[in-house]
Write a protein that binds this ligand. Structure first.
Ligand code: HEC
Ligand code: CU
Length: 339
């Protein structure tokens, strides 16, 4: 009997490992928590596996005990009635109190350790501090050297990242499944998220706390880059906005229109306008998406966005502006030139 149950334990664990390995290999599951790409995500993932192993063991014990009770130790027709069950068995009672207590202890030790590990009080040395401001329904990223971007955060591998999470309005939650756990973003309070990314790549994120009409459209992306690539990106961000070359007539015309347009009340383009309601557009042309990951950054989608943002993103706090075709094309050309 002993050998049989040990064999089935191995069989269950092997099957479980297969299933989990299958999930990890699916590159087409971008929101998976089973393919950690940072120290924080790995710690949480290991905790999950550890707890799952204990759970599987308990499940197995229950199944074995149940099977024994039903098929081996039950009373058969014509057999004498079982002895009275009124008296207790002290040893058995101690065993089934201590057993589960031990299992809970084995689960809680790594859990508490991971909780503390995931929330260090102070930033690790050499950490890159980025302030994340959640807005209904987009994300702002402020870098320590002063440049700002939206909906696409770039970070280097191998350097601790310390996010300072702030909200401009209501409660949101910052979540990049492959880089670590969710953390609430609460107005009037600053929460932190600390991790170090290990594998370059593009990782999708999503607001994970219902925050109104376009909550589901409050996505973002994290670009994890090698330190060299990150330094290059950082340098480009720090440079002023690109001024369209004189021979790019369309973009030059768009720049002239933009500078006096209502767009400037809400959007900053460094050296051109100051507005803080919407995303900073200084390097808009170098982003791959817009409107919190909802649209691809190409001229036709940008034009559609400017014309009717609420159609694309219900509730969006940007008014639509219907412009005559040539003017719209010029404005879009200017925005796309802001590399
Ligand atoms: C009343 C303020 C306001 C005005 C005026 C305004 N916008 Fe916006 N804009 C926003 C807000 C808020 C967002 C973010 C919407 C979202 O993603 O939910 C935004 C988003 C954008 C984006 C996407 C940026 C990104 O990286 O996701 C672009 C491009 C943009 N606006 C261009 C314009 C242009 C061009 C005009 C003028 C025709 C304009 N906006 C006028 C508030 C404004
Ligand atoms: Cu939300």
């Amino acid at each position: 009997m002993m050998r049989a149950s040990r064999f089935s334990l191995y069989a269950v664990l092997a099957a479980l490992a297969e299933i989990l390995a299958g999930c990890e290999q699916s590159a087409n599951l971008p929101m998976t928590t089973l393919a950690p790409k940072s120290d924080l995500a790995s710690a949480i993932h290991h905790l999950f596996l550890e707890v799952t192993a204990w759970d599987a063991m308990i499940l197995l014990i229950v199944i074995v005990a149940f099977t024994l009770a039903v098929f081996v130790f039950s009373t058969r027709a014509g057999e004498a009635a079982p002895p009275s069950q009124a008296s207790s068995d002290l040893k058995l009672e101690i065993a089934w109190t201590l057993g589960p207590a031990l299992v809970i202890l084995m689960i809680s030790i790594p859990t508490v350790r991971t909780i503390f590990r995931s929330q260090p009080e102070i930033a690790p040395k050499g950490a890159l501090d980025i302030t994340v401001v959640a807005h209904q329904w987009w994300w702002e990223f402020d870098y320590p050297d002063g440049h700002k971007t939206a909906n696409e955060m770039h970070i280097p591998t191998g350097q601790p990242i310390r996010l300072r999470l702030e909200s401009a309005d209501i409660i949101h939650s910052f979540w990049v499944p492959q880089l670590g756990g969710k953390r609430d973003v609460v107005p009037g309070q600053i929460n932190h998220l600390t991790f170090m990314a290990s594998v370059p790549g593009e990782y999708p994120g999503q607001c994970a706390e219902f925050c109104g009409l376009s909550h589901a459209n409050m996505r973002f992306r994290v670009f994890v880059q090698t330190p060299d690539d990150f330094a290059m990106w950082q340098k480009a961000e720090l440079a002023g906005p690109a001024t369209p070359p004189a021979n790019d007539r369309l973009a030059v015309e768009g720049a002239q229109y933009f500078a006096t347009s209502p767009c400037t009340t809400c959007h900053t383009v460094e050296g051109v306008s100051k507005g803080y309601i919407g995303p900073n557009l200084t390097h808009f042309g170098s982003r791959t998406t817009l409107a919190a990951g909802v649209l691809k950054n190409d001229p036709s989608e940008v034009a559609a966005w400017i014309t009717d943002p609420q159609k694309i993103k219900p509730g969006a706090y940007m008014p639509g502006l219907v412009l005559p075709g040539p003017k719209l094309n010029a404005l879009v050309a200017y925005l796309e030139s802001l590399k």
